[in-house]
Design a protein around this ligand. Structure first.
Ligand SMILES: Nc1ncnc2c1ncn2[C@@H]1O[C@H](COP(=O)(O)OP(=O)(O)O)[C@@H](O)[C@H]1O
Ligand SMILES: [Mg+2]
Length: 348
């Protein structure tokens, strides 16, 4: 993969506001170094996008970019996920597993929601940043890793430090190059170009709707709690429902409403604007603020339930299996698949 030039970068991180220009400048600067980067900003402001652009603009572009959401990994699995494990190092460790650090060797590891990282893992991270070495669970040997770390958080780490939830030494290690992404409401001048961008990329890009000036004015006055992600979602819905049509104030009112509403679809108020004939109603639930990978979601849910069942039986597998109406063998099968084990399962 070729690395990003300035033009390609502007195509990826869209916006003409002073803040976004500054961000692109910082990304180009950071790309020349291997220093750790800390990206802060509210959810949906483009933190992951910026991390990816940084990787693509760096000399590491051809090596892996691995994104890990620290907040989404069950606590007891974080160490194994990040550092890997040897076969048999704990119940359920059926095979050697390479951790994300090793997988990102020569490339970039993006640790999202770093503020969620448990304190003991923060110590481990700090050590990797200092020694550039990792050790798999159950191994006595260190493995050298050459990884550029990019961390991100929507939290204020300074107050997390004050509360004793985040280590100051790790913060300083990560914060070598800070990049701050302002909320979309603080850079509304970017709204029209972002709308253009999402229209040209999304569904119906061959025959996109046309946002009137009135519609754009409404979007620029909106407060965007979900930031760019919310705008992208709105533009994509507009493209689906108003393909080739004008999107004016009325359509805008409708597009903005369902995202606000916490009511279930069945009782959503009737929509009083002209809709294409094939469209019966629009009811966007907040859980679809972005496309959901249903299969992955169900797997995560299954894994959570298994762990919860094990926790409620103090790790007794046969009892846990009964709780979820599974055969013990099926339950064990699933534990293996999800690499649940260690202290969790006392009696396999
Ligand atoms: N400046 C931008 N230009 C183009 N797309 C953007 C921009 N900022 C965010 N996006 C898009 O908005 C969505 C949310 O961005 P993301 O990086 O996941 O935000 P965060 O990690 O801060 O929650 C993604 O689809 C991303 O591609
Ligand atoms: Mg994110």
């Amino acid at each position: 993969m070729e690395s990003l030039d300035a033009l390609a970068m502007a195509d990826m991180i869209v916006g003409n506001s002073t803040a976004i220009r500054e961000v692109r400048g910082l990304v180009r600067f950071a790309a020349e170094t291997r220093a750790s980067v800390l990206i802060t900003g509210p959810s949906g402001t483009g933190k992951e996008l910026v991390a990816h652009a940084l990787h693509r603009a760096s000399a590491r572009a051809a090596a892996p970019f691995i994104a890990v959401n620290s907040g989404a990994i069950p606590r007891e699995l974080i160490e194994s996920e990040l550092f890997g494990h040897e076969k048999g190092s704990f119940t359920g460790a059926m095979a050697r597993r390479i951790g994300h650090f090793e997988a990102a060797h020569a490339g970039t590891l993006f640790l999202d929601e770093i503020g969620e990282m448990p304190l003991d893992m923060q110590v481990r991270l700090l050590r990797v940043l200092e020694d550039h070495k990792v050790r798999r669970i159950g191994s006595n040997d260190d493995v050298n890793v050459d990884v550029r770390l990019i961390a991100a958080t929507h939290q204020c780490l300074e107050s997390a430090i004050a509360d004793g939830r985040f280590r100051a030494d790790l913060f300083y290690r990560l914060n070598v190059l800070p990049i701050e992404l302002p909320s979309l409401a603080e850079r509304v001048e970017d709204v029209p170009v972002l709308v253009e961008h999402f229209l040209s990329r999304g569904f119906a890009s061959d025959n996109p709707p046309v946002f009137t000036d009135g519609a754009l004015a409404i979007l620029m006055a909106h407060d965007w709690p979900g930031n760019v992600r919310e705008l992208k979602n709105l533009v994509e819905r507009a493209a689906v429902f108003f393909r080739g049509m004008d999107v004016g104030r009325d359509q805008m009112a409708m597009l903005l409403r369902p995202a606000r509403s916490a009511r279930p679809a069945a009782v959503a108020a009737p929509v009083a604007v002209d809709l294409p004939e094939n469209v019966v109603a629009i009811a966007a639930s907040p859980r679809f603020a972005r496309p959901m990978d249903l299969r992955e979601h169900l797997q995560n849910e299954e894994k959570r339930v298994l762990i919860e069942a094990l926790e409620s039986t103090g790790g007794v597998v046969s009892a846990a299996a009964r709780l979820v109406m599974l055969q013990r063998t099926t339950f064990v099968e699933k534990m293996k698949r999800y690499q649940i084990g260690r202290e969790m399962a006392l009696s396999a």
